[in-house]
Design a protein around this ligand. Structure first.
Ligand code: NDP
Length: 491
C-alpha cells in the first residue's frame, strides 16, 4: 500500500488508490511510487488545515514554543540528512553531494527561522495620550498553500514551511509531482517533532489537477508559490476573488556584467558556475553574460573552452560536475529554445544539443551551451530557458551595461565584476533586481531576504521579511479612561 498523503495527522493513500511513479532524470528508472491525490483528498487537506487553525491548537502556542518546534525539526533533519539527500538526488538527478549541500541549507533555514521567532515581540506606539495603551501585535495569518518547484524541491519548500510554522499557520504543502520524496521526509520530521494534528498537510499530484482548489478555495488565506511566471499569473488570477495574500517567487533572467577592469580569472570561473551549475535549472542562474567589448574575445573564448569540458553525470558519478535536466519535455523545451535563438541570429559557439555519450542515453542530458552575438530584443535573451544556456551581449559604457542589465521583465538577481569599487557600487545600485552580487555570483544566506523585482515575484522569502509574509499585524488601542466621543450633539 502506498500511503504518502498526510492529512489531518494521518498518512493515507489517495482516495481512489492511484499511485504515481517517480522517474530518475538520469536513467528513467522508477525511484519511488507515491499516492496521487484526488480532488476529495485536496478538500480534506484544506478542511483539516482550516479546522486546526480555527481551533487555536497551534496559534495558542507562543512564538517561543513554535520556534523551539522548528529548531527540533532542524535537529531531526540533521539526523536524517543523508537519507533525505539521497531521495532528493534520486528525484532530481543531481549529484548526491549537491543534494547534501541543499539539505544543509534546509537545516540552516529552519535554524534561522527558529532563532528569529523567539525575537517576535509586540510593539508599543506612543499616541500622545497617557490614558491610551496602543500596541502592535503579530498574529498568524491563517491557512496557507505552499507550492514548490522541482529544481531545489526541499529547499524551496523549507523557505515556506519554516516561517509558516513559526508564525503559527496551518498549511498544505504541494511539491512538484516530479520531485515529491524530500517533502514526504520533511513532513515526517514535522510529525515526529510533535506538531499538532492538522497543522501540516501534504498533497501530491500534478499542479494542473490538484492546484486549482489549493489556490481558489475560500478557506485558504494565502498562497506562497515558487515556480514559473505563467503559473504565477494563473495563481494571481485565481486568488483575486478572495483577495488572498500572495507570496510569489517566479523566474529570473539574470544579468552577469563583466567590466574590462575585473579580476578576469575569477569572473570567468564564476560566469561558468553561474550559468551551468545544476545544468542552469536555477532561478538565479547567471545566464545573461554582458561583457565589455574590449575583453569579449578573451572572456568568451575561455568560457567556451571551460563549458566544453564540463563533465555531466548522474547522482553517484563522482567525476560529474553537473547533472541531467529534469524531464524529457524540459529537454525538448531547452532544445527548441536554442534552435529558435540560432534562427533569430545568435551564434552557437558550443553545445546546442543533447549529450551523445552512451552513458547518457537514457537520461535528459543537454550540453552546456553558449550563444554569442545576442541582443536584448531577442527572445533567447528575454525568456528563461531554465537550462544550461548562456547568451552573450556586449557593452561599451557603464550606462549601456546598466541599461542592458535592466532590459528584462524579470528582476531576481544579477552580478557585476569590476575592480573599481565605486563603479561596481553604482551599477549594483542601478540594477533593478532583488539580489546583486559584486565580484561574486550565487551565494545567499537565510538571514538575508530573497525575492524579485518586477515579474520575478511579490514579497520576500528568508531574512526577517520571510517570516512577516505569514503574519498579520494588528493594532490594539486600549483606552484606560473611557469618555464620551462628543462628536455629535446629544439632543
Ligand atoms: P511550475 O510553475 O511549472 O511549477 C511549480 C509548482 O507549481 C509545481 O509544484 C507545479 O506542480 C505547480 N503547479 C503547476 N501548475 C499549477 C496550477 N495551475 N496551480 C497550482 N500549482 C501548479 O514551475 P517549475 O516547477 O517548472 O519550476 C521552474 C520555474 O520555477 C522556473 O521558471 C524558475 O525560474 C522558477 N523558480 C523560481 C525560484 C525563485 O526563487 N524565484 C526558485 C526555483 C524555481 P507540478 O510540477 O506537480 O505540476
Amino acid at each position: 500500500m502506498v500511503a504518502t498523503l498526510f492529512i489531518d495527522g494521518r498518512w493515507r493513500q489517495a482516495s481512489d488508490g492511484v499511485v504515481h511513479d517517480v522517474h530518475s532524470p538520469h536513467d528513467q528508472h522508477v525511484v519511488a511510487q507515491v499516492s496521487q491525490a484526488t480532488q476529495a483528498d485536496v478538500l480534506d487537506a484544506i478542511g483539516a488545515a482550516r479546522a486546526s487553525f480555527d481551533s487555536g491548537v497551534f496559534t495558542s502556542w507562543s512564538f517561543k514554543e513554535r520556534s523551539d518546534l522548528v529548531l527540533k525539526i532542524a535537529e531531526l533533519l540533521e539526523r536524517d540528512a543523508d537519507v533525505i539527500a539521497r531521495k532528493e538526488s534520486d528525484d532530481t538527478g543531481k549529484r548526491f553531494i549537491e543534494a547534501q549541500y541543499d539539505v544543509a541549507d534546509v537545516i540552516a533555514t529552519f535554524r534561522h527561522f527558529g532563532g528569529l521567532g523567539a525575537k517576535v515581540h509586540e510593539r508599543s506606539v506612543d499616541v500622545g495620550l497617557s490614558h491610551v495603551n496602543s500596541r502592535i501585535v503579530y498574529e498568524s495569518l491563517g491557512v496557507a498553500s505552499l507550492i514548490g518547484p522541482w529544481n531545489y524541491p526541499l529547499l524551496q519548500i523549507a523557505w515556506k514551511v519554516a516561517p509558516a510554522l513559526v508564525a503559527g499557520c496551518s498549511f498544505i504543502v504541494k511539491p512538484s509531482e516530479l520531485t515529491p520524496q524530500s517533502a514526504i521526509a520533511l513532513i515526517k520530521a514535522i510529525e515526529e517533532a510533535g506538531t499538532p494534528k492538522g497543522v501540516a498537510n501534504l498533497i501530491l499530484g500534478p499542479g494542473s489537477v490538484v492546484g486549482t482548489s489549493l489556490i481558489g478555495d475560500p478557506r485558504i488565506d494565502m498562497v506562497s508559490f515558487t515556480g514559473g511566471l505563467t503559473t504565477g499569473q494563473t495563481i494571481m488570477k485565481a486568488a483575486v476573488a478572495d483577495v488572498k495574500r500572495l507570496a510569489l517567487e517566479l523566474g529570473g533572467k539574470n544579468p552577469h556584467i563583466i567590466f574590462a577592469d575585473a579580476d578576469l580569472d575569477s569572473a570567468i570561473d564564476n560566469a561558468v558556475t553561474a550559468a551551468f551549475l545544476h545544468s542552469g535549472q536555477v532561478c538565479s542562474a547567471g545566464t545573461r553574460l554582458i561583457v565589455e567589448r574590449s575583453i569579449h574575445d578573451r572572456v568568451v573564448k575561455e568560457i567556451v573552452r571551460r563549458a566544453g569540458k564540463i563533465t555531466l553525470g548522474g547522482p553517484d558519478d563522482e567525476l560529474a560536475e553537473s547533472g541531467p535536466l529534469i524531464s524529457q519535455s524540459h529537454l525538448m523545451n531547452v532544445s527548441l529554445y536554442v534552435d529558435k535563438a540560432v534562427a533569430e541570429g545568435a551564434t552557437l559557439l558550443t553545445g546546442g544539443k543533447r549529450s551523445d555519450k552512451a552513458e547518457h542515453e537514457k537520461g535528459w542530458y543537454y550540453l552546456p551551451t553558449v550563444l554569442d552575438n545576442c541582443r536584448s530584443a531577442m527572445e533567447c535573451v528575454q525568456e528563461e530557458s531554465f537550462g544550461p544556456v548562456m547568451t552573450v551581449e556586449l557593452f561599451d559604457t557603464e550606462a549601456e551595461a546598466i541599461a542592458i542589465g535592466n532590459d528584462t521583465v524579470f528582476g531576481l538577481s544579477g552580478g557585476v565584476w569590476s575592480s573599481d569599487e565605486k563603479k561596481a557600487a553604482r551599477v549594483a545600485s542601478a540594477l533593478r533586481h532583488g539580489t546583486i552580487w559584486v565580484n561574486d555570483f550565487g551565494p545567499y544566506r537565510p538571514a538575508a531576504e530573497w525575492g524579485g523585482y518586477k515579474k520575478s515575484g511579490i514579497g520576500r522569502e528568508l531574512g526577517e521579511h520571510g517570516l512577516g509574509e505569514y503574519l498579520e499585524i494588528k493594532h490594539i488601542w486600549t483606552n484606560n479612561a473611557p469618555s464620551r466621543s462628543g462628536w455629535f450633539r446629544d439632543q
